[in-house]
Design a protein around this ligand. Structure first.
Ligand code: ADP
Ligand code: ZN
Ligand code: ZN
Length: 832
């Protein structure tokens, strides 16, 4: 490792440019590299610096080396000094990841240090707590004299001999910070001491005992083992049950045996036990039986194209457009197999692990321990472990949600973005507000890798890029394995006869028919809680959240009103706050209400409900899915959570109860999102041999989106959508930047936004840039903050550059910094 990177460093580099923590500037500060650190300091190294800002006292800060130089053009600022080097100079970021971070900082108009922090796991952003211990039974050899050559190293050894164990902080207090890290690293490399990192755990991973076969058994061997257990009935039954479960690992409860019985089997060497974290249990609870498949002609063609590109090892981006159930995941698997064959590594992005457990576990069942799953529920320590294994080549496949795109894999061969249209790939709550799909393309580019974007309903932007030849389009038009596409039908809910407030007679009859045949049903209601809002029938008043400009949602179980944006709750009311009438009514139901209706209609059925409220416990989600998979319930009701990646062969009917939800949102992507979501929900039906049917209950029967959905022809939808986007000059025919302003005082926020818009307008070419607003945001108040926004439409080719924006920001900060917060969002996904 050291040689490689040392070779890349300037032979006679004397200066390092460093991005310093907490310093919100676009610049890297120059530092002289002290002679004793020459060779250790490299691009990507983490260092401790003394940092002095004009007018403030010097402070010790963490920093990241962005580049090296042998001479400086400007004089070195006084008082700045590199005090120490972490990890012996081993780069925290590879040169490619540093390049990627700087690209993000530039493109998304963020500060480089923010981008570097986005790339690194959280424990690398803080100075770790470390304990230094003396290697046990250490006898100093004469050769160790070479290692303990400096005064500092001698002092460290002396203190350790006296006290055996010290934290770095304790050492710092006695010996000062200067050079301490480097000295410790050298002593550790010499084998004299050990440095143990400890992390402040966010949540300790929960461990549970699980059982697996001690070694694989053939059928004959199994029979003889069972035979040998004849005298201990309980153990025999437990083993049989375990085999029936057909899972790599299982818990005692699943098997229905006591832990004493299980341990007896372990003692006999038949089973082995291990402690697993719940997040792993979650993934391994679905396993793909390794079925032998023969690719269809379409599939074989895609595989050939992908593997050839990976062999060539040049940057290229593919858009894999394949209908639901067409075998996209198999294509990814083949691509990864090829990359590994070439000695390369792979990244797989999925929207959110807990929503796509089946997909994630399929990769694990194919590549086993080569896969490191990065899960948002993992503790900091777990994440750091995974990061280390990937960095040092102990595992070659990283799989996870958006931040997995920064997995520190050397020698990247392929980057896969599954469900590339998902808006969760955009980070919107923190700078840099990056889009992981676009970052994926850039990462592949910097690493000469192949990028595969896959979806049944590609984003309009990506399909457009394929259309103009920027990406190569690969298509899978048919479902594999003899399954056919489901039929989609509309029910005009305003006219339909109903059996309950949310359910039409037609859909009800269809559900009954499936239940008679013992098939399964998925019902989709894209709203949780009992009712979306509560309003007064006499005067039309609606109960809004006092902190946000959105209606509060009634939750029956807790009997309260809750804001789904800020989480604030309020006791249920009985009278209108405006006119005092007691005629309060509920508008449109959520999952909680639909569940009650279903329970009344199907008193003998178990209804599984899956939404944010029923899955807040870590393992609740997996449990619901497992029960449905095992047929313990035949009706699964849920929000968006039931739309994604589920593959249950016995599901033959899918119903969307209020398919219009989301259509009227004031966002130019509302139609695109609804189209993708409903097609995805529909894709849950009829995935095996049995034909699937889909019913959408809708109000707007005339809406183009629904007509297009019936045809299930994405390309036709794309043509329709792009015509409209072209007329209105929305992406992909322009690029957007959203600038948001928020603060406690409405008139300040408005004035600040006006101010900003005026300054900006003066600097921009009106031919190239359309400036919309400032206007109150659609959600004009959120968590007590008033919100305004400016939308900048950039004609193709034009780009709001960082220097221009910074110039405006500089003026802005002087006047409004303390009262109004500013947010820059390039390529915004959320317009509200
Ligand atoms: P997608 O990712 O496009 O939704 P999947 O890869 O999940 O599609 O495939 C859908 C189902 O079809 C899976 O159960 C998969 O194993 C099966 N399948 C895909 N291709 C074939 C094939 N060529 N022969 C048999 N089964 C296949
Ligand atoms: Zn009223
Ligand atoms: Zn609120």
């Amino acid at each position: 490792m050291r040689q490689v990177v040392a070779g890349m460093a300037h032979a006679n580099a004397q200066y390092a440019f460093v991005y310093v923590e907490h310093s919100l500037t676009d610049y890297a500060y120059p530092y002289l590299i002290p002679p004793e650190f020459l060779g250790a300091v490299q691009v990507g190294s983490r260092v401790l610096v003394r940092f002095r800002r004009r007018g403030s006292a010097p402070a010790e800060r963490l920093g990241f080396v962005s580049s090296l130089a042998s001479e400086l053009e400007t004089p070195l600022p006084t008082g700045n000094e590199i005090l120490d080097v972490f990890d012996n100079g081993e780069p925290a970021l590879s040169p490619e990841l540093m390049q990627l971070a700087l690209w993000m900082a530039d493109y998304y108009i963020a500060y480089p240090i923010e981008a570097i922090y986005a790339v690194l796991p959280s424990v690398m952003r803080i100075r770790p707590k470390e304990t230094v211990v003396l290697r046990e039974e250490l006898e100093l050899l004469p050769s160790d004299e070479k290692i303990i050559k400096t005064e500092l190293r001698r002092s460290i050894m002396k203190l350790l001999h006296q006290e055996k164990k010290l934290t770095t902080l304790q050492l710092q207090r006695r010996l000062g910070t200067k050079h301490l890290r480097l000295a410790l690293s050298e002593l550790e490399r010499g084998g004299l001491i050990e440095i143990k990192k400890t992390f402040a755990q966010k949540a300790k991973p929960k461990l549970k005992t699980a059982y697996r076969l001690a070694k694989p058994l053939t059928e004959l061997e199994l029979l003889s083992v069972l035979n040998s257990l004849r005298r201990s009935k309980k153990q025999e039954e437990a083993l049989q049950k375990f085999i029936q479960l057909n899972k790599p690992i299982a818990f005692a409860e699943e098997i229905g045996a006591s832990s004493a019985t299980m341990n007896a089997l372990v003692e006999k060497g038949i089973l082995a036990c291990e402690k697993v974290t719940l997040s792993r249990e979650f993934l391994e609870s679905f396993s793909e039986t390794k079925k032998e498949i023969r690719f269809t002609d379409e599939q074989a063609k895609v595989v050939r194209r992908l593997t050839t590109a990976i062999e060539q090892g040049r940057f290229q981006t593919f858009l894999l457009h394949g209908v639901t159930g067409s075998g996209k995941t198999w294509m990814y698997i083949e691509a990864i197999r090829k990359a590994l064959e070439q000695g390369k590594s792979a990244i797989v992005l999925v929207p959110e692990i807990s929503l796509t457990p089946q997909t994630a576990s399929r990769f694990r069942s194919h590549f086993g321990n080569e896969v490191r799953v990065l899960h948002s529920a993992m503790s900091d320590g777990e994440k750091f472990d995974a990061w280390q294994s990937l960095k040092h080549g102990r595992a070659k496949i990283a799989l996870g949600p958006r931040s997995a795109i920064f997995a520190p894999l050397p020698n990247l061969g392929v980057v896969i973005v599954d469900e590339e249209h998902e808006s969760s790939y955009k980070q919107c709550d923190q700078s840099p507000r990056y889009h992981a799909r676009d970052v994926a393309v850039m990462r592949a580019r910097f690493e000469n890798a192949v990028c595969i974007l896959g979806s049944a309903t590609p984003s309009v932007e990506s399909f457009y890029n394929a259309h103009i030849g920027k990406y190569e389009l690969l298509s899978l038009t048919k479902r594999a394995d003899k399954a056919t596409m489901p039929d989609i039908k509309l029910i005009h809910i305003a006219r339909a006869k109903k059996v309950s407030p949310s359910l039409s007679e037609t859909l009800y009859q269809e559900i009954c028919r499936r239940l008679e045949k013992n098939e399964q049903v998925i019902l989709f209601q894209n709203r949780r809680g009992y009712a979306s809002s509560i309003y007064c029938e006499s005067c039309g008043w609606i109960q809004m959240c006092s902190e946000c400009s959105v209606p509060m949602v009634f939750h029956l179980q807790e009997n309260h009103l809750r804001c789904h944006y800020c989480g604030k709750t309020k006791e249920m009311i009985s009278h209108c706050r405006r006119c005092g009438s007691d005629k309060l009514s509920f508008r449109s139901g959520g999952t909680e209400r639909v569940e009650l209706e279903l329970q009344q209609l199907f008193p003998n059925e178990r209804i599984l409900r899956m939404d944010l409220d029923t899955t807040s416990r870590k393992d609740a989600h997996a449990k619901i899915l497992r029960e449905f998979a095992e047929g313990k319930a035949r009706i699964l009701l849920g929000t968006q959570m039931v739309a994604k990646g589920l593959d249950f062969p016995n599901v033959t009917l899918v119903g969307a109860l209020a398919a219009d939800i989301g259509l009227a949102l004031p966002d130019f992507r509302a139609g695109e999102r609804l189209y993708a979501l409903l097609l995805q929900v529909a894709g849950r039906a009829g995935r095996a041999g049995k034909k699937g049917e889909v019913y959408l209950q809708v109000y707007n029967v005339q809406s183009d989106i629904f007509k297009l959905l019936l045809q299930q022809d994405y390309v036709r939808y794309f043509c329709y959508e792009t015509t409209y986007r072209q007329q209105t000059a929305y992406p992909p025919f322009s690029r957007l930047v959203k600038i948001g302003f928020s603060g406690k005082n409405q008139s300040d926020v408005q004035a600040a936004a006006d101010d900003f818009a005026q300054m900006l307008q003066a600097l921009l070419d009106a031919e190239q840039f359309d400036l919309l607003g400032p206007a109150p945001a659609v959600i004009a108040k959120l968590k007590g903050q008033f919100r305004y926004q400016i939308l900048i439409k950039q004609k193709r080719g034009a780009r709001l550059t960082k220097p221009v924006l910074r110039q405006v920001q500089l003026h802005f900060r002087k006047k409004w910094n303390s009262t109004v917060r500013l947010e820059v969002d390039v390529d915004p996904q959320n317009m509200m």
